[in-house]
Design a protein around this ligand. Structure first.
Ligand SMILES: [Mn+2]
Length: 284
């Protein structure tokens, strides 16, 4: 696979690929972004900010230094060829899953979750997807496109069935897409999410706009009325018993993040998610 080598890795992600369980993969897809583009710059912005954090999480009493993590850099994506870019991501993830790794995807726009879930679901046939997001992303099409950041969960529902999708934090959607999600069995409730995911492999897709724009203003489509950083962390830790097999964090747009506070929030969420969910061969 043709990768752009990047020596500026995510914090503590300096182990060789072959030895690593967690693999950080930049997916700078930025093609269907409709309102505020710039997600192609997000993976590196997150890496840069990660070095402002400690490797240790006091909340979890775990340390990135205890894990073997590889940051492979960014996948080279043809930004003018949407289907080619999605295929490239899917092929790369297929290799990562066959190598028995825990993938951590740095978006990129939200559409990267479609090829990622496609590859992960082939490896884990009973996969459930949990989407943490402000927006339902459940349109049948958007601006004439069936493949879009605004349709990504609908396409994933086409793939897995709506009854294998849980959406948390949603506060924006059209009447039609909210109805469609409900009618296809998508659930939006934390308690039901815990029931649905019990004993099953889970892919977590975290759209940074679940956070309030006051916390993370640098996103493609900011939606007022969001969660605080602490509320998102609490929500994630309340899902603590999940068998997460991989996750992505998407929609950061560094062009709208002059203070870097959104990239810092993204980096810290990634640290917490890795420490909470990445299995360690050294620990029970
Ligand atoms: Mn989204």
């Amino acid at each position: 696979m043709d990768l752009q080598f990047n020596s500026r890795t995510f914090l503590a992600a300096d182990s060789p690929y072959a030895e690593s369980l967690a693999v950080i993969i930049g997916c700078p897809l930025d093609i269907t972004s409709s309102f505020r583009p710039g997600a192609r710059f997000a993976p590196q912005a997150v890496r840069d900010c990660s070095w402002g954090l400690e490797t240790y999480s006091p909340a979890l009493d775990r340390d990135l230094e205890d894990l073997k993590i590889c940051d492979v850099g960014d996948i080279s994506l043809p930004q003018g060829d949407l289907e080619g870019a999605l295929e490239t991501i899917q092929n790369y993830l297929t290799t990562v899953m066959a190598d028995d790794k825990f993938p951590v995807l740095l978006g990129g726009e939200h559409l990267i979750s479609l090829p990622a879930v496609t590859a992960v679901a082939k490896h884990h046939p009973h996969l459930v997807v949990i989407q943490l997001d402000a927006h339902a992303d459940f349109r049948q099409e958007y601006l004439g496109d069936v493949l879009s950041h605004a349709t990504v969960m609908r396409r994933i529902a086409d793939l897995l069935g709506g009854d294998n999708i849980c959406q948390l934090g949603i506060r924006s959607g059209t009447r039609e897409e909210m109805r469609a999600a409900r009618s296809k069995g998508v659930i939006l409730d934390r308690e039901e999410t815990l029931r649905r995911t019990a004993g099953r492999p889970v892919y977590l897709s975290l759209d940074l706009d679940i956070l309030d724009p006051g916390v993370a203003p640098g996103v493609g489509v900011p939606e007022p009325g969001g969660l605080s950083f602490g509320e998102v962390v609490s929500l994630i830790s309340s899902l603590g018993l999940l068998q997460v097999v991989g996750f992505d964090i998407v929609e950061l747009s560094p062009l709208y993040d002059p203070t870097q506070q959104s990239a810092m929030a993204a980096a810290k969420l990634i640290r917490e998610l890795i420490l909470q969910f990445c299995p360690s061969k050294n620990q029970p």
